[in-house]
Design a protein around this ligand. Structure first.
Ligand SMILES: Cc1cc2nc3c(=O)[nH]c(=O)nc-3n(C[C@H](O)[C@H](O)[C@H](O)COP(=O)(O)O)c2cc1C
Length: 243
């Protein structure tokens, strides 16, 4: 059964989206812990492939780790002045554990998931996401997909570890955007960072080898000189194609 839909105010959402900027300088204001927790919770409400939630958010709170993270972000001003630092990690291998948990929930009670979908969890997900040693299973699947695809529409990916990386980063990026928009809705700001030393961050957080740093997100209250000028977007005819 679906939850009742709340009243929506598109203008408020537009304000959130339009006022989100990548902030490079923050004030000394802190972000209330409760706000951070609510924003992280909203990050987890992002859609994900088969609801397998291939993400983790590391809210770096220890002063010592924060300093190491700022260093790993090459002392960018947005990291140095941020009230909070969060590392979003994409996990290409947690689908097994998360699928098992979803199946347990399905078995425990009425989740409203249709039978066709339960079949996906039982059979198709392991088929889709197992790639084998050196992508051996993925390679066999790519042949099957190619032949089948001649006759009927067929999903072509993922068939390699690289595809699985894209798979995990795709969903985790959506969670990052949720997080940043949530911060803005509370009047706080953020900046996503890809310019960092991922090896150092992984070592500091003790992450396993399949972990990919999707991005580091800085957060705080925007300083008067916090953004680099007016928002710049290129002509939308380059990006929105009506076909
Ligand atoms: C994946 C990703 C990585 C980014 N990495 C950095 C970064 O390392 N340092 C930085 O200052 N800004 C970074 N940015 C912010 C972009 O420069 C910024 O989003 C872009 O200039 C558009 O500005 P706006 O976000 O204010 O609209 C990144 C943005 C994204 C989406």
């Amino acid at each position: 059964m679906s939850a009742e839909l709340p009243e929506i105010n598109a203008n408020e959402f537009k304000k959130v989206v339009e006022s989100r900027r990548s902030v490079r300088f923050y004030t000394k204001d802190s972000i209330p812990e409760d706000v951070m927790r609510q924003c992280l919770d909203m990050a987890l409400l992002a859609p994900s492939s088969f609801n397998l939630q291939p993400w983790e958010f590391y809210w770096v709170r220890s002063p010592e780790k924060k300093q190491r993270l700022i260093k790993a972000c090459l002392y960018q001003s947005t990291a140095k002045t941020a009230a909070e630092l969060v590392v979003c990690v994409a996990r290409r291998k947690t689908w097994r554990k998360n699928r098992k948990e979803i199946l347990e929930k399905i078995e425990a009670g009425n989740t409203g998931i249709p039978d066709s979908h339960i079949r996906y969890y039982k059979n198709l997900i392991p088929f889709f996401y197992t790639q084998g040693i050196l992508d051996s299973i993925g390679f066999l699947k790519s042949i099957i997909y190619y032949v089948r695809g001649i006759f009927v529409p067929t999903p072509r990916e993922p068939v390699s570890i690289n595809d699985m990386k894209i798979w995990a980063v795709r969903s985790s990026s959506l969670a990052c955007e949720n997080f940043m928009l949530a911060l803005r809705s509370f009047g706080y700001d953020s900046c996503p960072l890809e310019f960092h030393d991922s090896s150092r961050i992984k070592r500091m957080l003790g992450l396993p080898y399949d972990a990919i740093i999707t991005m580091v997100i800085t957060a705080g209250k925007r300083a008067p000189n916090g953004v680099y000028g007016e928002r710049m977007r290129l002509n939308k005819i380059n990006f929105i194609k009506e076909v």
